[in-house]
Design a protein around this ligand. Sequence first.
Ligand SMILES: [Zn+2]
Ligand SMILES: [Zn+2]
Length: 173
Amino acid sequence: MGCTSSSAVENLLPATGSKRIVCFYCGQNFAVDEYQPHVDGSCKDDMLAKVSDVPEEKKPVVPTPPDCNVPTAESSDEDFDKYNNEAISKLKLFVVKCVCGDDIHPRQYAAHIADCKKYKAEQKEKEKKEKAEKKDKEEKKEGETPAEEAPAETTEAEETPAEETPAEETPAE
Ligand SMILES: [Zn+2]
Ligand SMILES: [Zn+2]
């Protein structure tokens, strides 16, 4: 038995003819007049808040809106389906890669890691390592004589902009 599959993202398409629009951030669907306020509201931030403790390099990439126009009350069912399908394909990429290999949408993240044995095992391992490292450091510190206390300032990692230095070499006259 592995992690539970993330199939919750699969069945997000509202019934054809329901005139509901899928949010490309969270996957919930909304009536035409509710949709835009929802998307412009806090949905994106809410989703990101759910994965706030995910390390930077594993943070999910925030999706951009579908390219087709947002359906209106006058739009055809095909237009709704088209938009919704695109929204769903976008939000399928709005995921955190778990150590177990599953792609987890922010909405399911908390529930997933609470249940994922691999994730838990890794966290435990990490904690152990961090503790060991801390202990190691403390032991080293105690052995050292407090002679130098000048904090080395090495934080100034300046990003030198790539200058357009023409690599022209003036020919020797
Ligand atoms: Zn949403
Ligand atoms: Zn997992």
